[in-house]
Design a protein around this ligand. Sequence first.
Ligand SMILES: [Zn+2]
Length: 71
Amino acid sequence: MVFKILIFVIILALVYFIFFKKPKAIEDKNKKNNEIADTLIECSKCGTYITKDESILSNGKHFCSQECLNK
Ligand SMILES: [Zn+2]
């Protein structure tokens, strides 16, 4: 009986590693890729951090929105 419980625990551990460990590793990899793609820069007006794609470039300065650009 103890042996059966041991096998059951091993199967549970394997299932845990397959379903919980692997997706996390993939998630971390995606996170790292996103960090490289979305370089954060600070808004020259309000100091909000925005991604390079979202920023508005004007006179060599980056702004988070039209509102900050016009102020
Ligand atoms: Zn701003």
